[in-house]
Design a protein around this ligand. Sequence first.
Ligand code: NAD
Length: 332
Amino acid sequence: KPVAQLTIEQATHEVKELSLQVEQWGREYYENDNPSVEDYVYDRAYQRLVELEQAFPELQSPDSPTQQVGAATSSDFAKVEHANPMLSMGDVFSVAELMDFNERLQRNGVDNPEYNLELKIDGLAISLVYENGKFVQGSTRGDGRIGEDITRNIKKIKSVPQTLPEPLTIEVRGECYMPKEAFAKLNEQREAQGQPVFANPRNAAAGSLRQLDPRVTANRELSTFIYYVPDFQTLGVTTQSAALERLSELGFNVNLNNKVVTTQEEIKAYIDEYTNKRNDLEYGIDGIVEKVNDLALQEELGSTVKVPRWEIAYKFPPEEATTVLREIEWTV
Ligand code: NAD
């Protein structure tokens, strides 16, 4: 039923049910690395909850999953407090919605900005801390404020430099992922050994990294793409695109398929290009990320409790549209 036609009683009931459902799926996904539904099913339910809370603001509680990043950390790991919160990201599901986002930015005084377009890597966010050029701490995002200490596991990932060519004290962030081929091999092995298989490369990466025994992580093929520096002044750069180049020079694995654009046509062309190429990439991507390229402007725009205002994810449509519709009707 359209949100506008609901009575307050109906809306209250639906918000309660949906919150419980979204929370449960969130726990399965973030805490257990074992989701029971596809992402688009989760996304639809989440979107409906957002709409309900917008139409009935009195029903939005600070505990709502729409106001939380990820999920609480597992008690199996030591806790790490992030110096700067690790946030989630707003998302849109069509080019039209992406253009609305850009128009809103313009209305808020951001005049014809440059955007850096990047691939949205389907993995899990990690934070890496270096002191005087030495890797000292790795952590997961957790609930955005407190993450899990996975330093020993991160040390097993070959693409993470243990030492930087300059004695920088810096935090960098990025995505840890499992290449598609490694994922297929791992699942084959697990099936042969009668173990449960991972639902997708993202969950395989998360399940492999969040291991108490780093030797298990060492046996899984994991890689990284680094794309963010909270304190960009340390790098001496002023744009996101320059930050990526600098990170690459420092020895980090960086996905250099990014593109700086200014027009709608360029944005659409990039989306088309990677919608077509995504199956040929050796890692999973679930969309495109658009970021305001000017880092000082990013800082000025800031963020909400959950997402930065200077970036947005365009999510690819799910591949099998008919199954999707059936499941959505059934679930929501
Ligand atoms: P998200 O994963 O959609 O987006 C934010 C994340 O994108 C960042 O934390 C970062 O890790 C990542 N990212 C990848 N490439 C990036 C790049 N180039 N630049 C910046 N960031 C990049 O957000 P989220 O809050 O973790 O979770 C929502 C997602 O998780 C949705 O896609 C949802 O479908 C899925 N989810 C699914 C279930 C389920 O049950 N299937 C449950 C919960 C969440």
